[in-house]
Ligand binder design. Sequence first.
Ligand SMILES: [Zn+2]
Length: 309
Amino acid sequence: MRVKILGSAAGGAFPQWNCACQNCRVLRAGGFSGKARSQAQVAISNDGKTWFLLGASPDLRAQIEASPELHPRDAVRQSPIAGAVLANADVDHVLGLLLLRELQPLRVYATDSVHRILTEDNSMFTMLQRVPDQVRWTDFAPQIPFRLLEPSGADSGLRCRAISLGTHYPAYVSPQRQGELNSAEASLGLMVESASGKRLAYMPAVPQIDDALLKEFESADVLLFDGTFWSDDELIRIQGAGQTARQMGHLPVSSPDGSLTRLAGLRRPRKIYVHINNTNPMLNEAGPEYAQVREAGWEIAEDGWQFDL
Ligand SMILES: [Zn+2]
């Protein structure tokens, strides 16, 4: 399986349009020891030809153009992108679907709850249903493995299984609608398995880690894990108000029960932080937080990284 990290930042990207935090300010001024990043986006392929997206970021158009493997190659109107697997209904995770509306056949995999939010409550998504067989939705349930199929129905060789992680739906989903939805389908991590049995764990939003989740991570060859915030009160300190990292569904990297400590015992997977918020001090490669993460055996994802497993 080939994995490409097309975007490695959290929602808003780095720098973020309305942010003048230390990181964003110094990056814009040209003095930052670290890289700009687009919003989180991963693409996977079993054969290097047919690709599936994990989520569909608002930066998807530029991310596709920056990745030659994802360019049309066999016809005037064609795409190696066969479909997308949705882990939640967050704007940062689904907006890119609207950028794929040019009548290209695609398969979109989502929980019934996320499917309903997008297609019943958000009329713009009917642009994906203008002709028969444009976008075929396939509902999946947490913990039930499913195959990723090409638009033709051919088996890509990739298998996916979702793990229920968070119970909060995006703020744009009305309270009434939220009451009708399954809270276990709100926010998921994705376990992807290749034809040869290699496993990728994509976990960009993890509110807490229990023993069952640790076991899942230990079964993975690569773990792409929630690197959104360094500390629980990061946004509050920078903005003067707001929610903690945990309230937003993200275990912070640091602190006694942060992910660095909680995942220190993992032996098998290559450990890579993704979905990094622009305020996170570990983006600064000259800083002590970056050094601490690297010394703990973690990598910090950058746009354009790819690897085979
Ligand atoms: Zn910022």
